[in-house]
Design a binder for this molecule. Structure first.
Ligand SMILES: Cc1ncc(COP(=O)(O)O)c(C=O)c1O
Length: 317
């Protein structure tokens, strides 16, 4: 019998999560494989765009948490945070939102969520040199996680190094400026790439299925996120494009992180979503040729565009 690793504060009484089927691969693996085994916590995965499906999956008295990403990794589906929160709260369920892709762009708590989690390793760090995370929620929750005798943060070791915390505090004042520039360039490049005939996914584009939704929720002065995706249809074509962009025109780097000042590119299906099996990837809408680009702000917009444009002109479409 597997022994308990003590990751929950409920004596392994178990629990039930309803989660989006489109989540970062590590989170998907945690919910699918680790939590059922180690904590008796099970998850039902749903398409969060289908509010009826979400409603049906939440079982009053059994479900504890509704979990989703505000802008999903990597498909850039936008969650209807007010409606999802309303549905969950009607059944007494806590809404936890991973806002890693959209710090400052979206404010999930203002939109109805209860708890917001962030990978700080991404935009908030901004320099790809820190691995950290944050759980933001009501004092009662945070205090319970820090409880001397029972708290998972207190007992399992993820307390942040104070030197790292200080360094991050020094970077927060310019997070807003950085986000604005990431978002501005993602929108500009997405618009231009669409005009060139590429299959671009970016919620800031008017033809994105969630454009009206994100417009209704976004904090006005920031834009619609700094990640854009282009579907190259096959992994081979995705790798060819990234190779030209990195090694011939120096537009960006092949790397699985995001939120850096340089553009970072990855083929999600074979990297940050490789934990999902083929069926799960299909359900999540991840094409094998999906290239995720975290748009950087190093150099001028036009100089970087010329590098992107040059690479695209080398690709047979
Ligand atoms: C949406 C999202 N959440 C969480 C994580 C995990 O972040 P970390 O690498 O800081 O553990 C990632 C990593 O890519 C992510 O994209």
């Amino acid at each position: 019998m597997e022994s308990c690793v003590g990751c929950c504060s409920s004596n392994c009484a178990g629990g039930h999560v309803v989660a989006s089927q489109t989540l970062y691969g590590g989170t998907h693996a945690l919910l699918t494989h680790f939590l059922p085994r180690a904590c008796n916590i099970t998850t039902s995965f749903v398409d969060i765009r289908d509010l009826e499906m979400v409603k049906e999956a939440i079982v009053e008295g059994r479900t504890n948490v509704l979990y989703f990403e505000s802008i999903s990794n990597p498909t850039l589906t936008v969650a209807n945070i007010p409606e999802l929160s309303r549905i969950a709260h009607e059944k007494g369920v806590t809404v936890v939102v991973d806002n890693t892709f959209a710090p400052l762009v979206l404010s999930p708590v203002k939109l109805g969520a209860d708890v917001v989690v962030h990978s700080i390793s991404k935009y908030i760090s901004g320099a790809a040199d820190i691995i950290a995370g944050a759980v933001c929620g009501p004092a009662s929750l945070v205090n319970s996680m820090m409880d001397l005798h029972q708290g998972s943060l207190m007992l399992l070791g993820p307390t942040m190094n104070p030197k790292v915390a200080f360094e991050l505090a020094e970077r927060l004042p310019h997070l807003g400026l950085r986000m604005k520039e990431h978002c501005k360039r993602a929108l500009e490049y997405g618009t231009r790439m669409t005009k060139l005939g590429l299959k671009v996914m970016y919620p800031g584009l008017e033809d994105h299925p969630d454009h009206v939704l994100i417009k209704s929720m976004a904090n006005k002065e920031y834009g619609y996120g700094g990640i854009l995706c282009v579907d190259m249809e096959t992994e081979e074509r995705a790798n060819r494009l990234m190779n030209v962009l990195q090694n011939f025109t120096q537009f960006g780097f092949m790397a699985v992180s995001l939120g850096y000042y340089e553009t970072l590119m990855s083929c999600s299906g074979s990297s940050t979503s490789s934990e999902l099996n083929n069926e799960e990837k299909e359900l999540a809408g991840i094409s094998p040729g999906l290239v995720r680009m975290s748009i950087g702000y190093n150099g001028s917009l036009e100089q970087k565009w010329s590098q992107l444009d040059k690479a695209l002109s080398k690709m047979p479409f």
